[in-house]
Design a protein around this ligand. Structure first.
Ligand code: NAP
Length: 337
């Protein structure tokens, strides 16, 4: 059976997901698209065999030819489309964030649990990256003893002109927030955001880099450097320190060149290059699960809620300079593993 997929929002990542669904993966086909820019949606649809363009996302969700929905619009619009998909009883893959406020995430959780079936998957793709999966396997195996600390770096060569200090949290740190919750199977209890000496490559008024300290419920401490203008490449680093060993992401390079008394390897130029396979695996597993009539097995609405709640706390911690406790609602039984 081919899963018939409708994509709402055909901007940068929407088009990239359409490419992978159409050219790379198996078992799914994009049959409908929509966008506030109707001409853009029509143009994308005309290049895909058997694809219709709809004027609104709601119309696309109601289309009987659409089995499952992908939401890749601007964050503040995610709630309305995810709620409409749940109401229609259709599985929905929503790019991060699930929604931009914790109240909106709560409304989604309540609608989904009311529907009585897991329909939502949130686009935190690092959980599908082979090197992060190997890191988690090593931690879970107990070979380094209990995990005590983790050092992370989220380094980008050049921020977009509209980059703000808040985007360091909502667009960058949000991935480490989800990652450490998944890696250590724990919730985040508190967060602190420190501002080192500023990078002179960064536009006036933007705090860059940031140095974030995350406290997990178990007492594990995680530091995350977020650098948005470090020029040399897109470099994602992570090292877990355990009681009797450490485990770290290896440098993401295919070959090491030794020449002229030096050795060197490639640093990815951007997030697409670094995580291209993770996105592919994320979608292939989503399609395979739905085709097998299983619920989505990736990040849930609860994960989307927790990430938004921690991001809110981090933004306040950044503004005030103080340690901010994260207050989460009680996890509903519906989302217990
Ligand atoms: P983008 O290029 O601006 O694309 C968003 C698209 O949605 C645009 O075509 C936009 O139209 C359209 N849109 C906005 N409101 C809409 C509405 N009410 N109905 C239908 N279409 C609407 O943004 P993007 O970079 O692709 O990001 C999209 C989402 O993906 C964001 O939530 C972002 O955080 C997420 N994302 C996730 C990752 C990841 O690593 N997981 C990476 C990148 C992006 P206009 O251009 O006319 O506004």
């Amino acid at each position: 059976m081919t899963l018939r997929i409708g994509v709402i929002g055909v901007g940068m990542i929407g088009q990239d997901h359409i490419r992978r669904l159409t050219e790379v993966l198996s078992g799914g086909r994009v049959v409908a698209v929509s966008d506030v820019d109707h001409d853009r949606a029509r143009k994308i649809a005309s290049a895909l065999p058997g694809c219709t363009s709809h004027v609104t996302g709601e119309e696309l969700i109601a289309d009987p030819n659409v089995d499952a929905v992908v939401v890749t619009t601007w964050g503040p619009t995610h709630e309305e489309f995810v709620l409409a998909a749940i109401e229609a009883g259709k599985p929905v893959f929503c790019e991060k964030p699930l929604a931009t406020t914790r109240e909106a995430c709560e409304r989604i959780m309540s609608a989904e649990s009311g529907a009585g079936q897991r329909l939502v998957q949130v686009g935190f793709m690092r959980r599908f990256d082979a090197s992060y999966r190997a890191l988690k396997d090593a931690v879970d195996s107990g070979r380094i003893g209990a995990a005590l600390m983790m050092h992370c770096a989220h380094r980008m060569p050049e921020a977009a002109p509209n980059y703000t200090s808040e985007m360091a949290i909502t667009d960058c740190l949000i991935h480490e927030i989800d990652l450490v919750r998944w890696l250590f199977n724990d919730e985040i209890a508190a967060v602190r955001v420190l501002k080192p000496r500023g990078n002179s490559n960064t536009q006036e008024g933007v705090d860059d880099p940031l140095f974030v300290l995350i406290e997990l419920g178990s007492g594990i401490l995680v530091d995350v450097e977020v650098s948005a203008n470090i020029r040399y490449g897109y470099d994602i680093r992570g090292e877990v320190v355990g009681e009797s060993g450490t485990v770290a992401l290896a440098d993401n390079t295919d070959v090491v060149l030794k020449q002229g008394a030096h050795y060197s390897g490639r640093v990815p130029s951007d997030w697409r290059e670094r995580f291209i396979r993770a996105y592919d695996i994320e979608f292939q597993e989503w399609i395979d699960n739905l085709a097998a009539n299983k619920p989505p097995a990736g990040p849930t609405s609860w994960d989307g809620y927790a990430a938004t709640a921690v991001a809110d706390a981090a933004i306040e911690a950044m503004r005030t300079g103080n340690r901010k406790t994260v207050m989460l609602a009680t996890k509903p039984d519906f989302y217990q593993d």
